[in-house]
Design a protein. Structure first.
Lengths: 186, 436
């Protein structure tokens, strides 16, 4: 049974079909929520909230082929909602140690990972969400804008500012790194 | 490959390492939770029947609150009546942006006096004598006051007076190399760009003379304009150590920014990579900016690699569009542009092989309408009349741009009712806005 059929079944109230669909996407959405929220418990809340919204409003989805993007959008917006409800208090809990794939030079990989971790922590949540959508899900700017329900220009400027922060962070550790930052701000 | 490029390429992989994708331990609990919720039937969703653009709008579905509305309506009626009485007793003022009535022309006469000239009646009045050493007059948006801007490289004060020249008040601070000036929308402040020994910066000056403070932007600012919401749109160096603009046309160090008038909230609207901007001007409703894409060719009409082109940037969506030029000649160039007071048209200097003109074009694109005579010499300047029906243009008649000139009011409606004013001015006069 393909994904479209599962969606159609779930739209008619078949919870088993929904559970199968959820199993297809929950792992990456949970990872994305952890990257955006920087907190396991909050990520759990966001993913759970997103999936409940998805189940409840699944009959409203007009195009079953857009299920994945629609679900991603619900979870991403749940992340933003949670942060807004928390009043933008900084979240200090780091991500757990990784058990990801091995790399050629472990020391470089660890340093890069720590750098990315630090950069993500430095970004405001809205920019973090844009970066995760861009690099983790490989979405283009218009898709990011649609996912977060923001204007394309806003998505573009958030991504641009995020790049600026990344370049600045790289420059901090490697002053020779690149003619810096089209768009570097004070 | 630069360090950044290497790092950027590795971000997706680093993210998967930082947050490995695996079915979370709460998955089963989550499914039990979803199963405990019922689904809303499909027919109950407006999205099933209506375009999402309509259904996405927030709707009010609560019962109609007649009583509070009636009370509010009564209060509104009383407030409106009070306002009507109050407004009737006040001087009628033009809005800070948009179409207004045409008042007097203000200019710095060759001898040094500051003069007002009524183009309807031909009458003149002196606002300040040459001995007062006031600068170029720049009327406030409500047309009630005048700021006098020194145009010298010497440190000098800005003075503000009433529109008739009385009650002159020196403002805080001394400035030199002032390049641009703008009254804030509420008329309480002036923003200027000037040299501060190191770079060009923005200074916000209280119009009552009480204080002034430079914005600590750390970016070399070239141009600025107030938006209707009180923020400033600026062209400035994207990187703090760069200058803006530079003479090398192949380098694009300047970006388009927006910043709050207190210096906070600096934000890139168009990054330098996409912005070779020569001139910006906000639309009267503050929704858009017109800007001129700079020639990155040799700067001559014969080598128009990417000659001056009109762009309109939407501040809400961040979408930048080039004004269609299908009806323009094959070779042309533009350096300056500005929205008409009603925002429907753009005035620009139109450099063509056959000769140069001031011209207007609909903001959505279309055929350019050339105004007045061919520009005889360099140094011409022009601006919209407050009512948007005409354009004030100054044409130097010799190679001395500040020397002899002709001053014209050009009909911007296509009626051809141009007329020359018998006034000698070293700069383009400014036009007082009055209530219509």
């Amino acid at each position: 049974m393909d994904q479209r059929e599962l969606v159609l079944l779930a739209q008619r109230g078949d919870h088993d079909a929904f559970a199968t669909l959820a199993g297809l996407f929950v792992a990456r959405l949970d990872a994305a929520a952890r990257l955006i929220l920087r907190d396991h418990d909050l990520a759990r809340d966001a993913v759970q909230d997103g999936f409940i919204r998805a189940w409840r409003s699944l009959p409203s989805l007009r195009d079953p082929d857009r299920f994945e993007g629609w679900l991603r959008s619900l979870v991403a917006r749940s992340c933003i909602d949670i942060l807004r409800r928390r009043g933008r208090r900084p979240i200090e809990v780091g991500l757990m140690a990784t058990d990801g794939p091995s790399v050629d030079d472990p020391s470089v990989a660890t340093a890069d990972r720590e750098l990315l971790d630090a950069i993500l922590r430095r970004l405001p949540p809205e920019q973090r969400a844009v970066v995760v959508l861009r690099y983790y899900f490989d979405l283009e700017v218009p898709e990011i804008a649609a996912t977060l329900a923001i204007p394309v220009g806003t998505a573009k400027s958030r991504l641009h500012r995020s790049m600026t922060v990344m370049r600045a962070a790289l420059a901090d550790i490697d002053p020779e790194a690149a003619p810096l930052a089209k768009g570097q701000l004070a | 490959m630069t360090t950044f490029e290497r790092f950027e390429r590795s971000i997706p992989k680093l993210m998967t390492e930082l947050a490995p994708a695996r079915v979370p331990e709460y998955f089963d609990d989550m499914l039990r939770e979803t199963a405990s919720h019922g689904q809303r039937p499909a027919w109950s969703y407006p999205e099933r029947w209506l375009p999402v653009e309509i259904t996405a709008r927030p709707l009010s579905t609560r019962s109609f609150p007649w009583r509070p509305l009636a009370i509010l309506a009564l209060i509104a009626l009383l407030v409106a009546a009070g306002l009507a009485v109050y407004i009737g007793s006040q001087t009628r003022l033009p809005p800070p942006f948009g179409v207004a009535g045409n008042g007097v022309l203000l200019y710095h006469a060759p001898g040094g006096a500051v003069v007002s000239f009524d183009p309807k009646t031909g009458s003149q009045a002196t606002l300040a004598s040459a001995a007062d050493h006031r600068g170029e007059p720049f009327p406030s948006r409500d047309g009630q006051r005048v700021a006098y801007i020194p145009r010298s490289d010497e440190w000098a004060q800005i003075i503000v007076s009433r529109i008739d020249g009385s009650e002159a008040t020196p403002l805080a601070g001394k400035y030199r190399g002032i390049e641009s000036v703008a009254w804030s929308p509420d008329g309480r402040q002036l923003a200027i760009t000037s040299f501060d020994l190191i770079r060009k910066s923005i200074t916000i000056i209280e119009a009552d003379g009480s204080a002034a403070h430079a914005l600590d932007l750390k970016h070399d600012v070239w141009q600025m304009a107030y938006l209707a919401d009180g923020r400033l749109a600026i062209i400035a160096a994207e990187r703090p150590r760069d200058s803006c603009p530079v003479e090398d046309p192949n380098v694009s160090p300047c970006a388009l920014f927006v910043v709050n008038a207190d210096g906070t909230g600096l934000d890139v609207l168009i990054p330098a990579a996409d912005f070779h901007g020569l001139k910006i001007d906000p639309s009267p409703d503050g929704a858009e900016l017109v800007w001129v894409e700079w020639s990155i060719g040799s700067g001559t009409i014969e080598q128009p690699d990417a000659p001056g082109r009109l762009h309109v940037f939407d501040l809400a969506t961040g979408v930048d569009r080039r004004v269609p030029d299908d009806a323009f000649p094959a070779l042309y160039n533009i350096n300056r542009a500005g929205f008409s007071p009603d925002g429907s048209a753009i005035l620009f200097d139109f450099f063509e092989v056959e000769g140069d003109h001031w011209a207007v074009v609909p903001a959505t694109g279309g055929a350019p309408m050339r105004l007045g005579q061919k520009v005889p010499k360099s140094g011409t300047d022009a601006a919209w009349a407050p009512d948007g029906r005409s354009v004030l243009a100054r044409y130097p008649t010799t190679d001395d741009e500040l020397g002899p000139s002709e001053l014209w009011i050009l009909d911007a409606t296509g009626g051809g009712a141009d007329r020359r004013l018998d006034v000698e001015v070293p700069y383009l006069p400014t036009w007082q806005r009055v209530a219509r």
